[in-house]
Design a protein around this ligand. Structure first.
Ligand code: ATP
Ligand code: MG
Length: 449
C-alpha cells in the first residue's frame, strides 16, 4: 500500500535515533538561561492575527509574505506564530506581570511557522529558543541578553561564530534617517524591486533588509543609521559596547544590520557563522522599547533574542561537535516460557520503579532473537530467566561489555542489580579519569543523563 501523503514541505520529523540531540540542546539552553534568571514561559501556537501585524509590523516580509493565517470556524483571523516575542509580550501584559518585580525574564522553546522557500536551515516549521527581558532600559541588560546566547555557544563548544551588533536608534532619530534613506533610494528608484518600491514610502528601512541581490547592492551604499543617532541612543550604544568589552564578549559593529521585524529599537544583534552556507544567522535579537506599548500596555522597555534550534543542531554537526549519546538500556531481561515472561514483567516493573531503564521481551520471540534485540539496543547488562532460574531464585546477569557474569537473587533483584550497575558506572568513571588524555565526555554524560 502506498503512503497516502507525505510530510508537508518545509517540515521536519525528528526520529527516535536523533531526538536525544534535540532534547539535550533544549535542556541545555533552558538551563543556561535559568542561570541568568530567565524562567520558562509557554504560549499558544496560534494568536489573533493583529498581534503579529501590530508587533512584527505590516511592512515586514514576515507579515506580508510568510505568515500562516486562516479564519477559524468562529470567523476570527488566526495566525500560527512566526516568532516568539509577540506571544510572550501578550502573555506578559495579559497576566499583569507588569506588576511583578522588574526585570521580568522569560525563556522559551517554541515552534514557529513561516511560509518560506524551504532549503537547508530554512524551514516552514522551525523552532526557536528565545529569551525576553522586560522592564529595563539599561545597556547592562542588552549585554546580559547577548551574553546568554554567547554562553550557549561557548558551552556547546561552537567556534567560528561571530557577533555583530548595531543600533537602529529610537523613533526620534530614525525620522531623520528615514528621510535621508528615502532621498537616497528615490535617486535609484528605477532599479528597486516592486516590493521595495512599495517600501519606499511606507518604511524605507525595510529596503535594507531586502533579499533581492540588486536591492541588496543598492543598499550597501545607503546612508547608515549610526550617523543619525540622537545623543541618548549614541550613549546607550557606547555603554552596551563597554559592558560587552567588560564581559570579554567579542563583537563587530555592522551598521547594515536592521533586522526583519519592525519592533526593534536601539541595539540589534546577530550571531553569524560561515559553517551553514547561505543560512548564516543562528541567533538574532535586540531591544524593542516600543513593543509593549504598541500592543496595548504602558511603556515597558524590553529586549530579547531568538535562536534557531535546527540551525544550531546543523551547526553542531557541521563543526563535528559530539553531543551526549542517548541513554542506553541498563538491563534486558530475556525469558523462556510463560512463567518466566510473567516473572520478567514483574522484575522490569520493580527496576523501573527504582528509576532504572529496563526492558523485557514483549514480542514472544525465541531466545536467540531476544538476545539479538538486546545487542541491537546496546543493553549494558542482560539476563535470561527460565523456570529453573525462578525455582533456584538466581538470575545470572551478564555485563555485555566485559562478559562477566554475576549471580543475583531474583526476589531481591531491583536492589542488588542497582548496586551492580552503580559499581559498573563507577569503574567506567575511573577508567575515564585515568584515561583523561582521551576523555570522551559525551559518552559518560550520555550514560548518566
Ligand atoms: P533569516 O535572515 O535567515 O531569514 P530572520 O532574520 O528571518 O533570519 P529571525 O526572525 O530573527 O530570523 O529569527 C531568529 C532566528 O530563527 C534566526 O536567526 C534563525 O536561526 C532562525 N530562523 C528564522 N527563520 C527560520 C526558518 N525559516 N527556518 C529555520 N530557522 C529559522
Ligand atoms: Mg527570515
Amino acid at each position: 500500500m502506498a503512503l497516502i501523503t507525505k510530510a508537508v514541505k518545509g517540515t521536519l520529523d525528528v526520529l527516535p535515533a536523533d531526538s536525544h540531540k534535540n532534547q539535550f540542546v533544549e535542556k541545555t539552553v533552558l538551563e543556561i538561561a535559568n542561570e541568568f534568571g530567565f524562567r520558562e514561559i509557554r504560549t499558544p501556537v496560534f494568536e489573533h492575527t493583529e498581534l503579529f501585524t501590530r508587533s512584527v509590523g505590516d511592512t515586514t516580509d514576515v507579515v506580508q509574505k510568510e505568515m500562516y493565517t486562516f479564519e477559524d470556524k468562529g470567523g476570527r483571523s488566526i495566525t500560527l506564530r512566526p516568532e516568539g516575542t509577540a506571544g510572550a509580550a501578550r502573555a506578559f501584559l495579559e497576566h499583569g506581570l507588569t506588576n511583578e518585580a522588574m526585570p521580568q525574564k522569560v525563556s522559551y522553546i517554541t515552534s514557529c511557522y513561516r511560509y518560506e522557500k524551504p532549503q537547508a536551515g530554512r524551514l516552514r516549521e522551525f523552532h526557536q529558543f528565545g529569551v525576553e527581558c522586560y522592564g529595563t532600559a539599561s545597556p547592562a541588560a542588552d549585554a546580559e541578553v547577548i551574553s546568554v546566547a554567547n554562553e550557549v555557544f561557548g558551552f556547546l563548544g561552537i567556534d567560528r561564530i561571530r557577533l555583530e551588533i548595531n543600533s537602529i536608534g529610537c523613533p526620534k532619530c530614525r525620522k531623520e534617517y528615514h528621510a535621508a534613506l528615502k532621498a537616497y533610494f528615490e535617486s535609484r528608484k528605477g532599479e528597486l524591486c516592486g516590493t521595495c518600491l512599495d517600501r519606499l514610502d511606507r518604511n524605507p528601512m525595510r529596503i535594507l533588509d531586502c533579499k533581492s541581490p540588486v536591492c541588496h547592492e543598492i543598499a550597501a551604499d545607503a546612508p547608515i543609521i549610526l550617523d543619525f543617532l540622537c545623543d541618548e541612543c549614541k550613549e546607550h550604544f557606547e555603554k552596551v559596547k563597554m559592558y560587552l568589552d567588560n564581559m570579554g564578549i567579542v563583537y563587530d559593529v555592522n551598521p547594515h544590520i536592521v533586522r526583519g521585524l519592525d519592533y526593534y529599537t536601539r541595539t540589534v544583534f546577530e550571531f553569524l557563522t560561515d559553517s551553514l552556507g547561505a543560512q548564516s544567522a543562528v541567533c538574532a535579537g535586540g531591544r524593542y522599547d516600543g513593543l509593549i506599548e504598541e500592543i496595548g500596555g504602558s511603556h515597558v522597555p524590553a529586549l530579547g533574542f531568538g535562536m534557531g534550534i535546527e540551525r544550531l543542531l546543523l551547526l553542531l554537526e557541521a563543526q563535528g561537535i559530539q553531543l551526549p549519546e542517548a541513554k542506553k538500556c541498563e538491563i534486558y531481561i530475556a525469558n523462556i516460557g510463560e512463567e518466566a515472561s510473567l516473572k520478567a514483567a514483574s522484575m522490569a516493573t520493580e527496576l523501573r520503579q527504582s528509576g532504572m531503564f529496563a526492558e523485557f521481551d514483549v514480542v514472544g520471540r525465541s531466545l536467540k532473537a531476544q538476545m539479538k534485540y538486546a545487542d541491537k539496543i546496546g543493553a549494558r547488562f542482560t539476563t535470561v530467566i527460565g523456570e529453573d532460574d525462578i525455582k533456584a531464585n538466581i538470575a545470572k546477569v551478564k555485563n555485555m561489555q566485559t562478559g562477566e557474569i554475576t549471580e543475583l537473587a531474583i526476589d531481591d533483584f531491583a536492589d542488588t542489580f542497582m548496586e551492580l550497575s552503580l559499581q559498573n558506572a563507577a569503574s567506567d568513571l575511573q577508567d575515564l579519569v585515568s584515561n583523561s588524555e582521551a576523555i570522551d565526555l559525551s559518552k559518560f554524560l550520555g550514560g548518566i543523563m
